[in-house]
Structures are given as C-alpha cells and as structure tokens.
Design a protein around this ligand. Structure first.
Ligand code: BES
Ligand code: MN
Ligand code: ZN
Length: 495
C-alpha cells in the first residue's frame, strides 16, 4: 500500500474515490461541504431522503457521480458531534477501510484528518488513519496454499491543507512505522509453534539488526545462560527439544550518557503448561505466548526506522514450555540468576521464570526504566477482558506515563495495585518464594513475583494476555501493545 499526503483541492485530485464524513445532526465536514457543492447538493439530498443518517460507522458508497470530476464518493457517519471521541474516530476509520477492503477500488483520497477532535492535531489524526487502515488490511496467508484474494486498494492519499503538510507527513511516517511493526508482531504471533521457534525469533532479530546501523544484536545461547546462572530460565527450556535463546537488541539513538529504556518481552513460542499440562481445548492459542517478545522486536525495528533520539534495549527470553522427562516438576526448586531460590508449584507459571532472570540480566544496562510485556496470566482476562492490558509497577511516574501513552494511542491499559500484602501469597516452605500465589488475584501475584527481581530500578509490567490476540472466528494476533509503547517512546523523545 502506498500512503501519501496531498494538499490539492478535491476537484484536482487524481483518485478513484473521495472519503468524506457527516454527523448525525446533518452537519457536514468541510470536505463534505465542498463535495456537496461540486455535486449539486447530492449529499444534502441523500441526507434529506434518509439514505444516510450519520451514525458512527454508517457507510454510503456512491459509485457513479454524473456531471462531476469525482469518480466515486464514500460517505462515512461520524456519529453525534458532541460525543465525538478518539475511539469513535478510529471506529469510523475502521468502517471505511472494511468497506474498501472488499471493493474493487484501487485508489482513495481520505479527507478525515480534518475532523475536529479536541486535543488531537493533524499529526495524530494522520497517524491514526494509517494505523487503522493497515490494521484492517492485514491478511495472514503465510501457511495457506490457497491464498485469499488480493486486495484491490493500492494507493491512499491523505488530504490536508498546505500549512499542515509537515505535521501530517510526520504523522504519516510514524503511522507507517507503527503499522509495519504491528504487522510484524501479528505475523510472528500468527505463525505456528512448529515454525516460529526460539531460533526463528532469533533469526528475525538478525534481520532487524541488519536493517539499521544503530542496532547491535547479541543472542545468548543456553551455554551463555548457564555461565550467567540463569537457573530459572533454563529450567523451562530443559523440557523442550528447542534450545532457548535470549535475544538482546541494542538500539543506540542517543549519546552514551543517556540511560537506556529496557523493554523485555516474554517469548514462549509454545506453552503447553509443562508437567502441569494445560487442557487440550484451545491449547493451540498458546502459540501466541510470544506476543510480548514479538512486540519488543517490532518496537525496536520501528524506533530505528524513525531514528528516535533514545537508547533502547530489547530483551526477549524465548523458549517452549513442554511436558518431558527432563521438564520442571511441581516441587522442584530452582536457583535464579539473582540467587533467590524458587519453588515451582505449577510448571505452567513458566513466563515469570524466564522473565525473572531477564529482569536480573537487565541490571547490567543501568536502565532508566524497565518495561516488560507478557501474556502472563489467564487471570488478567478474567479481570480486564480483551479491552485493557493490565499495568503494574513500582514507580508511579512510569505507570502514569504509560497510562497517558495508552490513552493517546487508543491502546488501553488499566493499573492494578502491587501492594505488599499480596506478597504473602508467594511464601514457600522450602524456597525464598513460590512461583504461584494461588487462585486469588492471579495477575497481581504474578507481578509481585516479578517485582522481587526488579527492586533496583524503575519498572513496569504490562500483562497482555487479554489484549494481544483475538479468539473465536476472528482468531489472530492484534499487534497490541505496539502503539502504546511507540507513543510512550514518542513522548520520551519529545520530553
Ligand atoms: N501463558 C499463560 C497465560 C495465559 C493463559 C495467557 C490464558 C493467555 C490465555 C501462562 O504461562 C500461564 O499458564 N499462566 C497460568 C498461571 C497459573 C499457573 C498461576 C494461568 O494463568 O493459568
Ligand atoms: Mn503457562
Ligand atoms: Zn505462558
């Protein structure tokens, strides 16, 4: 798809279709007004006849426009003008692109960056158009011998006034980088566990490192982890035929003095649960247990593409969690890299075993902040469903920064408490701590476990078990929370 910014007047645009918006109070956007006068009040007449009411997401495609330079007009309802919001803006955009996706239209000029939205400028709106369009155009076809039909749409022009071109162009490049990052996250996550292995993720990291002179890559092998004393991480991969990898990407976009932002992503390329085997129904979805890791790889790719003036380290501990004669057993005791001992009460709580050693490893980078992303607990789905990611952390400023970024990016997160009282649930009779804290507050006790390995720096954890993929007929990865993290990085780069 070819995205561009255009400042020509609507009658001069070379396009097969112009997209304009209307509200439920019959109000037209500025471009809809222009189109209306170019077409002898066609839009006003259609509203009058009741053919379109302007409800959010409502679509009316006019395929023939007699006596007019415009080939086609696509009208989208924006809803009630008083209630218009960033989320409704994205819903309207999604309705537009869903309609175009199945049409034969090859090129489109979208005027919707002009829509008034309190607090959002042309850069933000342009970025959202690219993000939403690309999100809906994503089609998985990698492992299908019968490919889905190709999408006709090739070209999208975003129409903006001359004086806003610069802001819009910056929004466009941000949008393209985010869209490509989300596509990579989705693709890696949608690929099956027999193809997307820890080694495969490491190969992807090689490609990302090769794409930018500012990225250095280091892949730690099991022997390296052994030397470092990563007993928790290695205990999980011992049950698998696939060797574990600890992928370390280092993007240097700022001076050496600038402390890095460390991103850690859980990279379980398949989680069968180990000896505490999961039930077979829906187990296929545990190929998505590497979404945190895929997000970290993609965000580093996008940060380098946009040349963000930040230092960012991406760490992806990757393994499978399988039942095996050599796998962790309930009751086993591990010594983590930090020296803390862990009693494995449930081998299915493996994510935290990989993450705890990676959190300890992160200390060597003297991080400014550490943010980990993990499909960590089913309990997070119970608490927050598939709408918001769970956010927990030991620093209010960092957590508030992430919440603000999630709001701007329309990639919701909600903070849960990490109070000392919950640590009680992790007490073990035989080790320093247990790897599970019982049924109650599962998302919080998982984060409490991680917190014990993140005591020396500012740290936040995003539980993305509910938000990283969809289940049911639309089963597939969502690409979240790439947009949230990118927004956090934009804010850090600006601030
Ligand atoms: N990867 C799972 C978490 C998960 C479950 C994500 C369902 C998405 C949907 C994680 O490794 C896991 O198995 N967690 C256990 C922890 C429990 C044993 C304390 C869980 O949530 O059941
Ligand atoms: Mn598990
Ligand atoms: Zn898991």
């Amino acid at each position: 798809m070819d995205y561009s910014i255009e400042s020509q007047s609507l009658d001069k645009l070379q396009t097969h279709c112009v997209v304009v918006g209307i509200y439920t109070n019959q109000q037209l956007t500025p471009s809809a007004l222009v189109v209306d006068s170019m077409t002898h009040q066609l839009i006003s007449n259609l509203i009058e006849r009741g053919d379109i009411k302007g409800k959010n997401g409502e679509i009316l495609l006019i395929n023939v426009v007699p006596d007019c330079q415009l080939e086609r007009i696509l009208i989208v309802g924006l809803g009630e003008i008083e209630k218009f919001s960033t989320k409704l803006y994205r819903k309207a955009l999604a309705a537009v692109i869903k309609n175009l996706k199945t049409s034969q239209i090859q090129s489109v000029a979208c005027t919707l960056a002009e829509v008034e939205l309190a607090g959002q400028d042309w850069q933000w709106k342009t970025r959202q158009i690219v993000e939403v369009f690309s999100d809906i155009l994503y089609q998985y076809s990698q492992t299908k011998s019968i490919k889905p039909p190709a999408i006709a749409l090739q070209k999208l022009q975003i129409v903006v006034p001359e004086k806003e071109k610069k802001r819009a162009a910056s929004g466009l490049s941000q949008g393209v980088a985010i869209a490509e990052a989300m596509n990579l996250t989705k693709l890696l996550a949608d690929l099956p566990g027999n193809m997307c292995t820890p080694s495969y993720l490491a190969q992807q990291a090689v490609k990302i490192a090769e794409s930018s002179a500012k990225i250095k890559l280091d892949v730690l092998e099991e022997s390296d982890m052994q030397r470092l004393g990563m007993g928790a991480l290695l205990s999980v991969s011992r049950g698998s035929r696939q060797p574990a990898k600890l992928i370390c990407l280092n993007y240097q976009g700022a001076s050496d003095h600038s402390k890095p932002i460390v991103l850690i992503g859980k990279g379980l390329t398949f989680d069968a649960g180990g000896i505490s085997l999961k039930p077979s129904s829906g187990m296929d979805e545990m190929k998505y247990d590497m979404c945190g890791g895929a997000t970290v790889l993609s965000v580093l790719q996008a940060a380098a593409q946009l040349q963000l003036p930040l230092n960012i380290i991406g760490l992806v501990p990757s393994s499978e969690n399988m039942p095996d004669g050599d796998a962790n057993k309930p009751g086993d005791i591990l010594t983590s890299m930090s020296g803390k001992t862990i009693e494995v009460l449930n081998t299915d709580a493996e994510g935290r075993l990989l993450l705890c050693d990676t959190l300890t490893y992160a200390e060597r980078f003297t991080p400014d902040v550490v943010i980990d992303l993990a499909t960590l607990t089913g309990a997070c789905l119970v608490a927050l469903g598939r709408v918001a990611s769970g956010l927990l952390g030991n620093d209010d400023v960092l957590c508030n920064d992430l919440l603000a970024a999630s709001e701007t990016a329309c990639d919701s997160a909600w903070r849960l408490p990490l109070w000392e009282e919950y640590q009680e649930q992790l007490k073990s009779n035989f080790a320093d701590l247990a790897n599970v804290g019982g049924r109650d507050a599962g998302t919080i006790t998982a984060a409490c476990f991680l917190a014990r390995f993140a005591e020396d720096y500012r740290w936040a954890h995003l539980d993305i078990a509910g938000t990283a993929w969809r289940t049911g007929t639309h089963k597939g990865a969502t690409g979240r929370p790439v947009a949230l993290l990118m927004q956090y990085l934009f804010n850090r780069a600006d601030g």
